[in-house]
Structure formats: structure tokens, C-alpha cells
Design a protein around this ligand. Structure first.
Ligand SMILES: Cc1ncc(COP(=O)(O)O)c(C=O)c1O
Length: 384
């Protein structure tokens, strides 16, 4: 791994970079996309998780490669961005939006009243609010129902609640159109194996899902049609859904960049492709802790670097053995990083970090730099 980062370090210096940068390794991203294409089957359509991929150009690159026009959006201002960038986009909200936010969205984006946006509904109270909004704006809203398949993050849990929602939709065909279900199963794989196996937890979440699908077919035949969107998954369970799934629409985002939190058994065939590179400003022979002068003379096999920036949601991965110092503390301005004295790293070299998640980290940078193996080009992120 060390040679890999040394090569990027050289490329960065040759290109005259000297500030903190967010980098995507294009060859690794391409390998992850190829892996997705090998695993996808015609039974499931991919849906890109916009918050995890944080850049319209990045989304375009991925959507083009996967021939995908479905997006899951979690932040309302991203809806017009996605609709403007992709003329045929189908949007599913990943969380329920306050009705006032939806009202403001339609007020400011009058040209988008016909756009296929599936609003996520988790309760009868919210559905009633959306119905009132649809009546007042003379709109027909697409309604996708959030179901709880075991994650327990809200959503409909039982068939009594579910029937109440579908009955209200069915009796207001002028203003509401049922578009499907969303059942996120991030708990699968997180429950300790001594309590329940991943396979068993997955099967249970799938049979919960099936219960709601059966209810639509049996009790609401007029709402039932082949185009209903049964969304599920997320990176951690993507591979399970590609083997067998009740869903016909599966979301993922993070695994294409594989930040550290996604180092999971279900994602072994994916490679980390996202790094932060930041230059070393100072290199000191020892770590001096203010107020603890006694420790100054203690023998140490580590140098202290001060790097440009720091305190990102990320782990130092190069040079090997680099780590923050809990006695000295963290800094977003100039972070102290201890490295073994044997590390071949100097002032103006770059250290590298692997973000633990893409969502929070991409939005801290204005550009994400695409490293082709030789040179760098950039895409703007949502922050720009
Ligand atoms: C509803 C829903 N679906 C899917 C995902 C998966 O996103 P990712 O693949 O980036 O983990 C998330 C992540 O928060 C989510 O909340």
C-alpha cells in the first residue's frame, strides 16, 4: 500500500498541489462499477444514493456507466439539482420531508410539478398533510410508504396502519398516487452473530417486506400494478439483494467509494477509492505535551508531524503507523500526527487518510479530484 500512496504523493507534487484535497482513484471506482455490473440481475434496478456520492458530475459518471436514472435523495435542495442534471430522473426521497418544505419546494420550482418524485410517507398524519397540500396546490403527488422491516427507524410497522394509509390514498385518486414501498435494512449484518445470523436477519426482513406486498395484492388490487417501486437495500446488504430479493429497486452509494465504515464481509469485492491527501507543514523529532515537560525526555520512536487541517471523519492510512495523539488532542487547523521514526516522510509530502464515511466528508470539500493514475481533474461537490 505504501508504494501506492507514494506514487500519488509524487503525482500531487508534480502537479503543484499543496493544500488538503479529496481524491477519487478512478481505476478503483471503475473496478467497483464493474463489480456492481457483474452482480446486478435484471430483476433489480439500481438506485443511486445521492447523499453518499455528493457531486453531480460524479453521479453523472456513475449513472452513465450503470445506465441508471433512479436516485434516492435525502436533502430537499438536492431534488432540483438532480432533476436539472438528469432529464429522465426518477426520484425517491430517502426520508420523509416536513410538509412545509414540500410546499416551499413546489412554490419555488413550479416547472417541477409533473416530475416523478416519490415522496416518502411514514404515518397517517403526514399523509393527511400531504393530501391537504396536494389539494391546495392542485397537484397529484406520488406516495411511497416507508415500512419498518426491522431497522426500527420509524415507518409503518403493522398492517392496520398500512391499510389506513392505502385506504386514504385509494379514496383520493385525484391528488394521491401510490408508487411503492421503501424498507431499509441496514440492521442486517449489524446484529451480533451470537444473537442472530446475517442470513436469518435478512430472511426475516424480507418476509416482513413480503407481508406488505401481499396486503397490497390481496386487499388493494386497484392500487397494485407492475410498475410499483419496491425499494430496499443500501451498500451493506447490496450483495444479499443481488442473490435473492423481494425488492425490484435497490439503493446504494457508499460502497462505490468504500469508506472505512463499509469494510464489511458483504463488501469484500469492493475497493476503497476515496482519500484525503494533506501536506505536512512541520516535522518535529519528538512530541511535546504542554504542561507535561517531564515526558519530553522520555525515549520515543515517533516523530511528530503537523499537517494542514485535520480532525476529519477519517483515519490516517499513510504513512503506515500514522496516528493522532490523544494526550495532545485533535485540531481542524493543524493536526498533530505521530509517525514511526522510520517513515520516509518530510515537510511538503502528503499524508493520506481514508474517510470513514463519504456523506459527511465529501460535503466538506468544494472539489473532488479524480486521479487517473497519472494526472488529476476535478468535479465540483454539492458544497461548491
Ligand atoms: C433509506 C436508505 N437507503 C439506502 C441507504 C444506503 O446508502 P449507502 O449505500 O450510501 O450506505 C441509506 C443510507 O443512509 C438509507 O437511509
Amino acid at each position: 500500500m505504501s508504494d501506492y500512496f507514494k506514487k500519488i504523493n509524487t503525482a500531487l507534487q508534480q502537479a503543484n498541489f499543496a493544500l488538503p484535497m479529496l481524491i477519487i482513484d478512478q481505476a478503483r471506482l471503475d473496478a467497483n462499477l464493474a463489480q456492481v455490473k457483474r452482480m446486478l440481475t435484471p430483476k433489480v434496478q439500481p438506485r443511486l444514493v445521492v447523499k453518499s456520492l455528493g457531486s453531480i458530475e460524479l453521479l453523472k459518471y456513475i449513472a452513465n456507466d450503470l445506465n441508471c436514472n433512479r436516485f434516492m435523495v435525502f436533502h430537499l435542495p438536492h431534488v432540483p439539482l438532480v432533476l436539472n442534471a438528469f432529464s429522465n430522473a426518477n426520484i425517491l426521497l430517502g426520508k420523509p420531508m416536513p410538509v412545509r418544505a414540500v410546499h416551499n419546494f413546489y412554490e419555488h420550482n413550479k416547472s417541477m410539478t409533473q416530475a416523478p418524485i416519490q415522496w416518502l410517507i411514514d404515518s397517517i398524519e403526514r399523509l393527511e398533510q400531504y393530501l391537504e397540500l396536494a389539494k391546495s396546490l392542485e397537484l397529484k403527488l406520488l406516495i411511497n410508504i416507508e415500512i419498518d422491516v426491522g431497522l426500527h427507524r420509524g415507518g409503518v410497522q403493522d398492517l392496520t396502519q398500512f391499510r389506513e394509509l392505502l385506504t386514504l390514498i385509494q379514496s383520493n385518486p385525484k391528488h394521491l398516487q401510490f408508487s411503492g414501498l421503501m424498507g431499509y435494512d441496514a440492521h442486517v449484518g449489524k446484529i451480533p452473530k451470537v444473537i442472530k445470523s446475517t442470513a436469518k436477519t435478512y430472511d426475516q426482513s424480507q418476509s416482513e417486506y413480503q407481508k406488505f406486498i401481499a396486503c397490497i395484492a390481496n386487499d388493494f388490487p386497484t392500487l397494485n400494478h407492475v410498475k410499483l417501486c419496491f425499494n430496499g437495500a443500501g451498500s451493506p446488504t447490496f450483495s444479499l439483494h443481488t442473490e435473492h430479493s423481494i425488492c425490484n429497486d435497490i439503493s446504494f452509494g457508499s460502497m462505490l467509494l468504500k469508506p472505512a465504515d463499509f469494510d464489511l464481509p458483504t463488501l469484500v469485492y469492493f475497493q476503497p477509492a476515496l482519500w484525503i491527501a494533506t501536506p505536512v507543514l512541520k516535522k518535529l523529532p519528538t512530541t511535546q505535551i504542554p504542561g507535561l515537560a517531564l515526558l519530553d525526555k522520555a525515549p520515543s520512536n515517533k516523530n511528530a508531524l503537523f499537517v494542514y487541517g485535520g480532525y476529519w471523519m477519517a483515519n490516517y492510512v499513510h504513512p503506515e503507523g500514522a496516528q493522532t495523539n490523544s494526550l495532545y488532542g485533535r485540531s481542524s487547523n493543524q493536526e498533530l500526527v505521530n509517525v514511526p521514526k522510520s517513515s520516509d516522510i518530510h515537510v511538503d509530502d502528503f499524508v493520506f487518510l481514508q474517510p470513514s464515511q463519504s456523506e459527511a466528508v465529501i460535503s466538506q470539500f468544494e472539489q473532488v479530484w479524480i486521479y487517473s493514475g497519472e494526472n488529476f481533474t476535478y468535479w465540483e461537490t454539492f458544497r461548491a
